[in-house]
Design a protein around this ligand. Structure first.
Ligand code: UDP
Length: 445
């Protein structure tokens, strides 16, 4: 028998956002190194970028499978990825994705995988696989805190949530997005369907997390779902896979003192409002710290960095700061010894990457699940501080400056650094153990 014939065929199916595809791709690499034959399904536009990132060594063990989405007039094929997509079209993309369910079923039918590993953002895929008797493993790429909170308020709305530090029902975020937090008919719907579809899934749920920072939330999710929740994190891009990335920013960082600089980024999807951008700029200026700031604009709304910032800002900061247009080599920056803190929107990948590199977080969450992740990093893991906001949750310069100073220059910052280093060392010691457990579980199915 050919070696590939004896290998379990696993189909991985992430939601169409970079922050979801990235951990799925890393899981794909790990599983392919552990004797699984991997198929990764996404839209053609996402597959193009996956193909360009996938090291040659995986070309025969990870197969890319195209899922064509229907072309809605407001969503032509070049928008079948959240990258650069204006926020108001995200719900249309969700719709188009769901409309591709019949095509996904036919992929399942033809490929007939031994296992489907699918994201929590498309509960319909669970039904497709289950109707063909294909075992399904859900894989959640958000923090376990988010799962704990969402599932609790779906299953036990009248019981007190056991973790006050991540209970955000009265947080500014829930006032700004009442649909998401208070109305189970709207966005909780996604989780609701996901939880309902759990009965169609295997007994194992994978989570891109690790017990060192989310142990109690992972346990609670497991208890509520009555499933074994296997943490497979931290899943971040292997250093050797980005070894050739070059950037002026890294040369600039080489000239800075150890731990003297903050890295400022809001991930691959979020765009700051004009007001928030200006307050952040003033906050960085007031903080006195060196900084690297990645600034992004949505497609069709590009403007020059200079005109997007307060007048005279660039001249005033001089050599103290560097602005990056669009995209920075985040992992290499976080690994650099001159970095002393990460001003982050707290997308889960960013939090995980900061933890792995032992970098304290200055949390400035903006939307969706980010405030939960901010609390995990600060209140639960103790590796940073959250920026204090003004009235109605507005970003204010004093809050930004104070949090940066605290982490970079004050005694509390030392505690954050020690804690971050401690967790980072533990993770190094147990590297690969979570994947080993996951592989053992998948082989048993
Ligand atoms: N990222 C990067 N360079 C950038 C911005 C983001 O490499 O300039 C990467 C970052 O390392 C992380 C991902 O993009 O892996 C962002 O994921 P996260 O979950 O933090 O946020 P999202 O983009 O999903 O909001």
């Amino acid at each position: 028998m050919e070696a590939s014939e004896s290998r379990k065929k696993v189909l991985l199916f992430p939601w169409l956002a970079f922050g979801h595809i990235s951990p799925f791709l890393e899981l794909a690499k790990k599983l392919s190194q552990n004797n699984f034959q991997i198929y990764l399904c996404s839209s053609p536009i996402n597959l193009q970028s996956i193909h360009s990132k996938l090291p040659q060594s995986f070309s025969s063990s990870i197969n890319l499978v195209e899922l064509n989405l229907p072309s809605l007039p407001q969503l032509p094929p070049h928008m079948h990825s959240t990258n650069g997509l204006p926020l108001d079209l995200i719900s249309t993309l969700f719709k188009a994705f769901e409309m591709a369910a019949p095509e996904f079923s036919s992929i399942l039918h033809k490929l007939n995988p031994d296992l489907l590993i699918t994201d929590s953002f498309q509960p319909w895929a669970i039904q497709s696989a289950s109707s063909l008797n294909i075992p399904v493993i859900p894989f959640s790429v958000v923090g376990a805190a988010v799962l704990a909170h969402s599932i609790h308020y779906i299953l036990n709305p009248n019981i007190k949530f056991p973790f006050p530090e991540i209970d955000l029902m009265d947080h500014w975020i829930s006032k700004r997005h009442p649909d998401i937090f208070k109305n189970p008919d709207v966005s909780m719907n996604l989780f609701l369907q996901w939880v309902e579809n759990m009965k169609l899934c295997s007994d194992v749920v994978l989570a891109n997390s690790f017990t060192e920072i989310e142990g109690k939330y992972l346990d609670y999710v497991s208890e509520m779902l009555k499933k074994k929740v296997v943490p497979v994190g931290p899943l971040i891009v292997t250093a050797s896979d980005v070894a050739n990335e070059k950037s002026d920013v890294l040369d600039w960082l080489d000239k800075k003192q150890p731990k003297s600089t903050v890295y400022v980024s809001f991930g691959s999807e979020y765009y700051l409002s004009k007001e928030d951008r200006e307050e952040l700029a003033h906050g960085l200026e007031l903080s006195g710290a060196n900084f690297i700031w990645v600034i992004r604009f949505p497609k069709g709304d590009e403007m020059g960095i200079e005109e997007a910032l307060p007048e005279g800002f660039i001249e005033r900061i001089g050599e103290r700061g560097i602005l990056v247009d669009g995209w920075a080599p985040q992992l290499k920056i976080l690994k650099h010894s001159s970095i002393g803190g990460f001003v982050s929107h707290c997308g889960w990948n960013s939090v995980v990457e900061a933890v792995v590199h032992g970098v304290p977080i200055i949390a400035l969450p903006m939307q969706l699940d980010q405030p939960f992740h901010a609390r995990v990093a600060t209140a639960a893991a103790g590796i940073g501080v959250e920026v204090k906001r003004g009235v109605d949750g507005a970003v204010v310069r004093q809050g930004v400056a104070k949090a940066i100073k605290q982490v970079l220059f004050e005694k509390t910052g030392e505690d954050f650094k020690l804690k971050a280093k401690e967790i980072c060392e533990i993770l190094k010691d147990k590297e690969g153990q979570n994947i080993k457990t996951c592989v053992a579980e998948l082989h048993q199915l």
